[in-house]
Ligand binder design. Structure first.
Ligand code: HEM
Length: 403
């Protein structure tokens, strides 16, 4: 652990303080000015990088900033290492080599018809739901069904994953350690059962993620270790299903608050791909991915010892005014939107970015096409650390006349 021989500086912020949907962004704006490298006492104490340059450097310099000690704040993992997120290069490389082709642009594009069918079906149900909530009744189902399609899960297994995935999410959000442990173990069971099934009846590694991991070889030419395959499947079960749920919730809040933009995007759907990039910058759903330093570092005058956890706050970096002028404004076609860190940087950048973009785009296209107006029917419920955004968004929906 920490090699400090002087006491930690006093806390600059309290990540456990009550929050609203908007308040973390206001807090981070203040912190970027006041204490861009900040100290918190919660969860055993940690540092937070708020500025774009520092977040980008920590995500890219994988020799100084490693993920293998702790990859999220607060620390949740208690059951071993889960590739690829928990491994540093070069150990990390074999898992990315196995996963990258399965989420390539070409492979993801082939899933579009199924994704559109899933989303159309869910919107039918959403429009028939009295007092709908965009996350509860739409986006949480969407992400799990899309993910199940990608993983080739039969419907019963997809439904089981949906149930356990939702329980896991609730447990994380309510910081209920016992429930996190219990639901995480169930996710491991799902991962193990799936691997056993694919060993019995192998599928084409070109199209089936678990079969691809079973067929993959490490740098030594040997199959990947069994516990690491289990960890990888368990890892994607969670990262793949939480973020898009939240992003759709947050975008809905924005569109409901800006009816003119909602109307423009409804009548000009060709603007949606670039609108989505700006929405992802504004509503990047993660704040607490973690790194640990391998050597003492000095960042903006603050001294960090090896072994001290650091939250790299992507959500703050994406609104850093020194990179994105008027950072809280939605600006279509920002000239430097390519610099957005919504899908991370460096070796751990998001392997599922293509799939996430496609499902978010189709969801927005269909939601706007099938409706005439979406309004808020109450305050959005915010997520807690490590996510950021909307967990529940009660809405009133005026369906389009022909929907
Ligand atoms: C809007 C949706 C999503 C966002 C904003 C997002 C964002 C991110 C970010 C910022 C990272 C980097 C973490 C770090 O540097 O520590 C990451 C990693 C990762 N994401 Fe995503 N993600 C999304 C959806 C998905 C989906 C749908 C999948 C899977 C199908 C996925 C799989 C992964 C995996 C496996 C990693 C770890 C990569 C590695 O360690 O090499 N993500 N994601």
């Amino acid at each position: 652990m920490s090699e400090r021989d002087v006491p930690f500086p006093p806390a600059d912020f309290d990540p456990l303080a009550p929050e609203s949907f908007d308040s973390p962004h206001a807090l981070y704006a203040d912190m970027r000015e006041r204490c861009p490298v900040a100290r918190a006492d919660a969860w055993g104490g940690f540092w937070a990088f708020l500025k774009y340059d520092d977040v980008q450097r920590a995500a890219t310099d994988h020799r100084t900033y490693i993920t293998s000690v702790q990859n999220v704040i607060p620390r949740l993992a208690f059951t071993g290492r889960r590739p690829p997120l928990h491994l540093d290069p070069p150990e990390h490389t074999a898992y990315r080599k196995a996963l990258n082709p399965l989420l390539s642009a070409e492979r993801v594009a082939r899933l579009e018809p199924q994704i559109r069918r899933i989303i159309t079906d869910l919107i039918d149900r959403l429009l028939a739901t009295p007092e709908p909530d965009i996350c509860r009744d739409f986006s949480s189902h969407m992400t799990i069904r899309v993910f199940a399609e990608w993983m080739n899960l039969p419907i019963e297994e997809a439904l089981e994953l949906a149930r356990v995935g939702r329980d896991f999410n609730v447990a994380v959000q309510s910081a209920d350690d016992a429930a996190v442990r219990e639901t995480s173990l169930k996710l491991y069971e799902i991962a193990r059962a799936l691997i056993a099934e694919r060993r019995k009846t192998p599928q084409d590694p070109e199209t089936d993620p678990v079969s691809a991991l079973l067929a993959a070889r490490g740098a030594d030419g040997q199959p990947l270790p069994e516990d690491m395959i289990v960890g990888t499947v368990r890892q994607v079960l969670v990262v793949g299903i939480i973020a898009p749920t939240i992003v759709i919730g947050s975008i809905t809040v924005h569109l409901a608050r800006h009816q003119d933009l909602q109307q423009t995007l409804r009548t000009r759907p060709e603007l949606l791909p670039s609108a989505l990039e700006e929405f992802l910058r504004l509503y990047m759903p993660y704040r607490g991915f973690a790194r640990t330093t391998t050597r003492p570092v000095e960042v903006r005058g603050r001294h960090i010892e090896p072994g001290e956890p650091i939250a790299i706050v992507f959500a703050s970096a994406c609104r850093d005014e020194s990179v994105f002028p008027d950072p809280d404004e939605f600006i279509l076609d920002r000239p430097n939107i390519g610099e957005s860190l919504a899908f991370g940087r460096g070796p751990h950048n998001c392997v599922g970015a293509g799939l996430a973009r496609l499902e978010l785009l189709v969801a927005l296209q269909e939601l706007l096409r099938r409706t005439r107006r979406i309004e808020l029917k109450g305050e959005p419920l915010p997520t807690r650390c490590p996510e950021i955004g909307a967990l529940s968004v009660p809405v009133h929906i005026d369906p389009a006349p022909d929907s």
